[in-house]
Design a protein around this ligand. Structure first.
Ligand code: MG
Length: 252
């Protein structure tokens, strides 16, 4: 069942999501050659303490990080650790925060130093995928319209859409109904209503769409080990347009 949030609940989600996005923004700004993913994780934990929020991923099914840090061919769920970020890497950071009883979930992929132009195009297209999907999160559309918008943008650019992982409803729980694939036909699935809140998160690969999970049980990599990008926002479906809830407070 897809939960439609009341305006007061959206107000609470806006606060949680803004804190989430502010932390992500600050952690992403630390990405640079020579920095370890553990240092990024430590910084996220510190910022979450300052914001008096709880890191949603920490301890989730035993996950040891406060962020997911996924470098280059890593798609999602990378575990922070000793890996040193190098010049030319792309680093996805995914962060979830619980505050005031609601969860915010957001991700970004950022370059470290100078990256290959084709990798930069992958980042740009993945962001365009997210924007296109959010553009369909309007009352009266169907869930499949969100999914299809992403696929069209990705495939027109010559990239592939990860099938094995999808976006999700979000609210008091990190994962609520529905699942939100980033591919599929338009005009199918549940009709969207204002007040539904979703985490939309395209994962787009430079090469094939297939993935594998490494022996750590977490880190998902592309099957062909070509790079992958991931962007995510928590949004609220609106009557005329969606509201992006995970907008950072750049003054804080
Ligand atoms: Mg998510």
């Amino acid at each position: 069942m897809i939960i439609v949030k009341k305006p007061q609940e959206i107000d609470s989600m806006r606060i949680a999501a803004r804190k989430t996005a502010t932390i992500l923004h600050k952690v992403a700004a630390k990405v640079a050659p020579g920095v370890t993913t553990q240092e990024l994780d430590d910084y996220a934990a510190e910022l979450a303490r300052e914001q008096e929020g709880r890191c949603a991923f920490y301890g989730y099914h035993g996950f040891s990080g406060h962020i997911c840090s996924s470098v280059n061919e890593e798609v999602v769920h990378g575990v922070p650790g000793k890996r040193v970020i190098r010049d030319g890497d792309i680093v996805s950071i995914d962060f979830g925060l619980v505050y005031g009883g609601f969860v915010g979930d957001t991700a970004i992929t950022v370059p470290a130093g100078e990256i290959d132009p084709e990798w930069q195009r992958l980042l740009d297209v993945t962001q365009a995928c997210l924007k296109a999907s959010i553009g369909k999160a309007v009352e009266g559309n169907r869930l499949g319209d969100i999914s299809n918008a992403c696929q069209v943008v990705a495939e027109e650019a010559g990239f592939s859409v990860v099938r094995d992982f999808v976006g999700h409803g979000i609210g008091r729980e990190m994962h609520e109904d529905p699942q939100i694939p980033n591919y599929g036909p338009p005009g199918r699935g549940p009709v969207l209503k204002a007040g539904m809140t979703f985490a939309i998160e395209p994962m787009i690969n430079l090469g094939v769409h297939q993935t594998q999970t490494l022996n750590d049980g977490w880190t998902v990599v592309t099957k062909d080990r070509k790079p992958s990008a991931h962007f995510e926002h928590t949004i609220a479906v609106g009557k005329d347009e969606a509201e992006i809830l995970t907008i950072p407070d750049l003054d804080s």
